[in-house]
Ligand binder design. Structure first.
Ligand code: FPP
Length: 238
């Protein structure tokens, strides 16, 4: 791993534009998702090369169930294939596979493959690839509130003990640091219910490049843009 000269420890990406990538080539949307899935490990390798430990990818949102059943089924199949086919690469790269979201609602085939790959890679230390699956930022906050309420009801914590640090312990993965940088591909200027809590002070980088075309060079451009930012976290310039 190289020196992290960009100062990014956690990069999160909204992988948008698979459909447009396919359309531009006269292909079915499913071909775009396939190309998008093939890009994941390539970007993981580049991320590691740039000294970034955590990569979080928005792979399926709580709203994505609204897509045609065939497309949803295709995405779930891709997830299953990804966790199976890319497992040797994740082991070779010493990357731990992780997931956030309402995983219980994923179809069995996809969920079991995911859990198996997470278990198989759990001791890997060089990187953490987190897939946001059946993930919604609002759902995560609601789920955290429910877990906290259950703790209160059980008498294990006082309601007024809650502060921001404690609240974070109820998120899907309390170990996941906030992303310094969030990239969105394919030009849309919104955050689409991604990492609402964790993104409070993240820098945003939006590129018109479609996800299957987002490569090492485009990643470097995003990181260079980040390096030039003045992060104040609500304070004043030092
Ligand atoms: C947005 O493209 C992308 C998604 C809804 C899902 C992202 C999924 C992948 C990259 C493939 C599966 C990933 C893994 C890890 C197996 P879009 O369909 O909204 O594109 P469009 O806006 O151009 O229509």
């Amino acid at each position: 791993m190289s020196d992290n000269s960009f100062g990014v420890n956690h990069l999160a990406i909204i992988m948008d534009g698979n459909g447009r990538w396919a359309q531009a080539r006269g292909l079915e949307r499913s071909a775009g998702h396939k190309a998008g899935a093939e890009n994941v490990l390539k970007i993981m390798r580049s991320v590691k090369e740039f000294g970034i430990k955590y990569l979080t990818l928005y792979a399926f949102s709580t709203e994505n169930w609204k897509r045609p059943a065939e497309e949803v089924g295709g995405l779930m199949k891709l997830l299953k294939e990804f966790t199976f086919n890319q497992l040797p690469a994740m082991q070779k790269e010493d990357v731990r596979l992780n997931a956030i979201g309402r995983l219980d609602a994923l179809p069995d085939a996809a969920r079991l493959g995911l859990l198996a790959a997470m278990k198989a890679t759990r001791n890997n230390r060089s990187g953490v690839l987190t897939l946001a699956l059946n993930y919604g930022g609002r759902a995560e906050l609601v789920d955290a509130a429910v877990k906290f309420a259950q703790e209160v009801k059980a008498g294990r914590v006082a309601p007024d003990a809650l502060d921001e640090n404690m609240f974070e312990k109820y998120l899907y993965d309390p170990e996941l640091p906030p992303p310094e940088l969030v990239v969105r591909t394919s030009g849309e200027l919104r955050i689409s219910n991604f990492l609402l809590w964790q993104m409070a002070y993240s820098e945003l980088y939006i590129t018109d490049v479609l996800w299957p075309d987002f490569d090492r060079h485009e990643l470097q451009k995003a990181l260079e843009s980040f390096r030039g930012r003045d992060r104040r976290f609500g304070g004043v310039k030092k």
